[in-house]
Design a protein around this ligand. Structure first.
Ligand SMILES: [Zn+2]
Length: 477
């Protein structure tokens, strides 16, 4: 999240166009593109074209002077081998990038915002290496998949002499085949990144850095939990478009999507954590509305414009199927969010005690339950310190994982290992339970249908503190 700045009122008219200075050049290397950003003192016209033998990209800026030394750019991992600059036509600036791989250039200008002035953005996209192979609209794809599945079930039912309606009740896991015991996939999204730092704390802590650290920790904990697997939406300091984030989750067949953020406000006072789900019709509070607007503004900083809203698709896609799916998805999101808030409340103050709802673009997957966690206020000095602290990050992410696990242990997807364990009584049959990251004693008691005091007694526990790997005896209730 970032702060809103007041737009300057009025504008100055100069008789002649002033030359724009290139004050600074920034570079980010993402898996599927490299992004160059020219920080400008005023807007300039640019022409971008490619040359062969050797492969080069030429960026011509009309009436511009270079005030930065491009030799200080860290080119490692990017598509660029070297950068040369020169004066062109007396007043123009030419930047020549020597390339080490095929690229497709794309460039656009960005108007000043509260963090940066005028910018020219040049993206070097790698053909065929998009993070998402299938650029098809996720909703259309989902509807198509569901229609195909429904049609297949109907055909099979008819072939087996059952009424087609029975097909709907058929379980997705064929009992004749071995159970797939698949992992539950959790997409972990570190907010912001690259050219979009997110919010900045009073001591200079950047949201994009602390949320990546926390996302890393969460992914590690998930991968240590049997039956779960993490997928990182970004694993470095680069920007991923908001819609792209949900597409990557879908591509990786995620069962759940969680976006990690840190909140900010114009005063240092507000504190606490909050959890957000998508709202179908308007944000639950004015704050939520404002926050959604600022988080979604990321894509303006990142340079992605165009239609990010699902609303414009409604004409084509409004249907019972979509409504049902989204409602079910949202209900799941709210349920997981409730479990998560309960755990987070044991780590930090809650800014809002209920799951808030707002129109965050990253939460708009029609069939993947999705939550956005504002882990704390980076604008509050004490919470800024906490958000930088490794032990605190670990506790916060453990709470997030706890909420996810509680939900999926209660409602495992049919093909998952957890479903198989539940159906074969594996989690309790032996009368023992091995403690995993994110567990609480009360949570374990609840899941096994015993009281907290029974559980304490059976294990002769003096306190409720437990450690990962510890094995508890589960008393028969
Ligand atoms: Zn944020």
């Amino acid at each position: 999240m970032g702060m809103l700045a007041l737009a300057s009122l009025g504008s100055l008219h100069t008789a002649s166009a002033e030359a724009g200075d290139v004050d600074n050049i920034r570079l980010w290397a993402a898996p599927d593109h490299s992004r160059l950003v020219f920080d400008l003192s005023s807007p300039v016209d640019a022409e971008v074209f490619q040359l062969d033998n050797p492969s080069r990209l030429v960026i011509d800026l009309t009436d511009a002077q270079l005030k930065d030394d491009p030799s200080s750019l860290n080119l490692s991992g990017s598509a660029i081998n070297s950068v040369r600059t020169g004066v062109r036509d007396g007043t123009g600036l030419r930047v020549v990038l020597e390339l080490n791989r095929p690229i497709e250039p794309r460039h656009f200008s960005l108007a000043p915002n509260d963090q940066y002035g005028d910018r020219l953005v040049v993206d070097l996209e790698y053909p065929g290496e998009s993070a998402v192979d299938d650029p098809i609209d996720p909703i259309e794809k989902m509807i198509r998949e569901q229609e195909i599945a429904a049609q297949r079930a109907k055909t099979e039912a008819v072939a087996e002499g059952r009424a087609p309606e029975e097909a709907a009740a058929a379980t997705p896991v064929d009992p004749a085949k071995p159970h797939p015991k698949r992992d539950i996939i959790i997409a972990v999204d570190a907010g912001h990144g690259g050219e979009d730092p997110g919010a900045t704390g009073p001591s200079g802590t950047r949201e994009k850095d602390v949320v990546l650290q926390m996302a890393d920790r969460l992914a590690k904990m998930i991968n240590q939990t049997p039956g779960f697997k993490a997928v990182m939406i970004r694993d470095g300091d680069y920007y991923v478009g908001l819609r792209q984030r949900t597409l990557i989750a879908r591509e990786q067949k995620a069962d759940f999507f969680v976006s990690i953020h840190a909140d900010a406000f114009s005063s240092p006072r507000p504190y606490g954590s909050s959890v957000f789900a998508l709202s179908q019709s308007g944000a639950t509070s004015e704050t939520a509305k404002w926050l959604a607007a600022t988080e979604n503004r990321s894509d303006l900083i990142g340079g992605v414009d165009g239609n990010l809203s699902l609303d414009d698709k409604d004409q084509v896609l409004r249907g019972v199927l979509l409504d049902l799916t989204m409602t079910a998805t949202l209900n799941d999101s709210l349920a997981i969010g409730g479990d998560m808030l309960e755990r987070i409340g044991q780590v930090n103050h809650l800014h809002k005690s209920r799951v808030e709802q707002a129109g965050f673009v990253v939460l708009k997957s029609p069939d993947i339950p999705s939550l956005l966690v504002e882990t704390g206020f980076i604008s509050n000095p004490e919470e800024e310190r906490n958000l930088r602290n490794g032990a605190y990050q670990e506790r916060m992410m453990s709470a997030v994982l706890g909420g996810i696990r509680t939900h999926f242990e209660r409602n495992p997807p049919p093909a998952s290992l957890l479903a198989w364990q539940r159906d074969h009584g594996r989690s309790t049959a032996s009368g023992e339970y091995r403690i995993q990251a994110g567990d609480t004693l009360s949570g374990i008691a609840q899941r096994h249908g015993v009281s907290l005091s029974q559980l304490r007694q059976a294990n002769e526990l003096a306190s409720d503190s437990i450690r990962v790997g510890q094995v508890l005896r589960i008393p028969s209730s």
